[in-house]
Design a protein around this ligand. Structure first.
Ligand SMILES: [Zn+2]
Length: 268
């Protein structure tokens, strides 16, 4: 750890993906998360004179793994760390929930977060980088939103989000997409009286107008604002029960409340 000068930067890819790039300025050694495209990563590495030595994979979707083969052609010794039980077969270092990943003396915990996909994992370190513990959570938790349930059940996803919700409040949440404004439009429609959401929307709108990323967010803000982390918040329960009554959906448990919010967003 000593002697490292770590920075995290966003490499934009496709229309709204962020490939997170963690690099050590002292050695130039670099880790990237979910490189769905190779060229933007190669450009970034060349511009900053960095050497890719590790790739972290959160789940099998092509916009997260599509660039790996091409990156390995340029960096053949690169470790590709990814979930063991996954349709993606390109990882050369398989991990399971509960495992640890060590990069340059920095330890990441591997968290199982099924829901968006069944193979989805997240990487968390309580070592502060740029002043905060770091969570790379792929498509599980977004700023004021969460991933769609392509493979898992609402109960699995709520459990996964409960795992993430329990991390330290000051954790920086590095998710893989810039979906914030769309998520906020939904959240504001669900909870129109929520002053915190109103203020945060104004803040994020200004950031986007200035071309600034809204990611990472801070976990304690997500706990206060993100409807998908608030299945046990009385204001969210009340709003969701009203929706359930109209839609004929159950609203009798944490999982039912969470499922109904996800249903609302899917049909928004
Ligand atoms: Zn995905």
């Amino acid at each position: 750890m000593w002697g490292l000068m770590l920075t995290i930067s966003a490499i934009p890819a496709f229309s709204d993906n962020y490939i997170w790039c963690l690099s050590d300025a002292a050695s130039g050694k670099t880790l990237v998360v979910d490189p769905g495209q190779a060229q933007p990563v190669l450009n970034h590495l060349a511009r900053k004179n960095l050497v890719l030595d590790t790739i972290l994979v959160t789940h099998h979707h092509p916009d997260h793994v599509g660039g790996i083969k091409e990156l390995l052609a340029s960096f053949p010794d690169c470790r590709v760390i990814g979930p063991a039980d996954s349709p993606y077969q390109g990882s050369n270092h398989l991990v399971r929930p509960g495992d640890e990943v060590v990069w340059k003396g920095l330890t990441f915990q591997v968290l199982g977060v099924p829901g968006h996909t069944l193979d989805h994992i997240a990487y968390f370190t309580d070592v502060e980088i740029e002043g905060r513990p770091v969570l790379f959570c792929g498509d599980t938790l977004f700023v004021c939103g969460c991933g769609r349930l392509f493979e898992g059940t609402p109960a699995q996803m709520r459990q996964s989000l409960q795992t993430l919700r329990a991390l330290p409040g000051k954790t920086a949440v590095y998710c893989a997409h810039e979906y914030t404004l769309a998520n906020l439009r939904f959240a504001r429609s669900w909870l129109p009286e929520d002053e915190g959401l109103k203020q945060f929307e104004t803040q994020c709108q200004s950031a986007r107008n200035a071309g600034i990323a809204t990611v990472p967010s801070v976990l304690e803000n997500e706990r206060q604002l993100n409807p998908f982390l608030r299945w046990d918040d009385p204001a969210v329960i009340a709003a969701t029960r009203a929706y359930c009554a109209k839609q004929g959906l159950p609203a009798d448990s944490d999982n039912a409340i969470f499922a109904a919010i996800r249903h609302g967003k899917d049909n928004f």
